[in-house]
Design a binder for this molecule. Structure first.
Ligand SMILES: *Cc1c(COP(=O)(O)O)cnc(C)c1O
Length: 223
């Protein structure tokens, strides 16, 4: 199926989920995750009306950025090694995977402007997942004040890969609670008004639970 038909379906799903949750569809941005696909396919997504592109490796990001930088806003999603920060920092608008102070330090050092970062939280507690634990969020966010180039624009999580929708929902709901907790700290460096959650198999639940950015790969551009 072409990207625009897939996008139409996803948008319809978002609208219905928003209606159920009493939200406005405009509150939800779609990030097309292009890590599995060619530059051509990413371009097709932009032509279908996508603005945001997400990549999880520096080389993949660079390949798309070279060609599409005038037409897209780039997001770094997924694990970020500190030594790769310098390769991507000037090319992305958002980093979705801030999960340790050593990484914050490197981003702070390499950034030539304030960088919008999501703190990645391992809500489900799965060992295979990156991210800080829910209990650590407050302290971690407070500690980021030391790095003037870092803005905590929101929280990010990946739900477990499971058919248990109730468990997925619990994870997203928990991230929303953590967001409120951070917002209540009233920290200038941490407005935390975004929630990056929801992928191809769980974006509808994520939107119902308050996602403002959903990261969709296979369901939108293919694998
Ligand atoms: C690959 C990836 C996605 C998109 O996954 P799909 O299931 O293909 O939608 C979203 N977020 C992160 C962090 C990813 O690595």
């Amino acid at each position: 199926m072409d990207v625009s038909s897939r996008l139409a379906k996803i948008k319809a799903d978002i609208e219905q989920a928003c209606e159920r949750a009493n939200r406005l569809p405009e509150e939800v941005k779609i990030i097309a995750v292009t890590k599995y696909v060619t530059v051509e396919r990413a371009k097709e997504a932009l032509e279908a009306g996508i603005l945001h592109l997400g990549e999880n490796r520096d080389d993949g990001l660079l390949a798309k950025w070279e060609v599409l930088k005038e037409n897209a806003v780039f997001h770094f999603i997924g694990t970020l090694q500190s030594r790769k920060v310098k390769n991507i920092i000037d090319k992305v608008e958002y980093i979705h995977s801030l999960d340790r102070l050593s990484l914050a330090k490197e981003i702070n050092k390499r950034a030539s402007r304030k960088m919008k970062c999501f703190v990645q939280v391992n809500v489900s507690g799965e060992e295979s997942k990156h991210g800080i634990s829910p209990e650590e969020v407050t302290d971690f966010v407070k500690q980021l004040e030391e790095y003037p180039n870092i803005i905590v624009c929101g929280l990010m999580t990946m739900a477990p890969y499971t058919k248990d929708n109730d468990f997925i929902r619990t994870c997203f709901r928990k991230l929303k609670e953590l967001q409120k907790m951070v917002q209540d700290l009233n920290l200038e460096h941490a407005p935390c008004n975004e929630l990056s959650m929801g992928m191809s198999n769980d974006y509808i639940i994520a939107v119902e639970e308050g996602a403002t950015m959903i990261r969709i790969g296979s369901a939108l551009v293919g694998e």
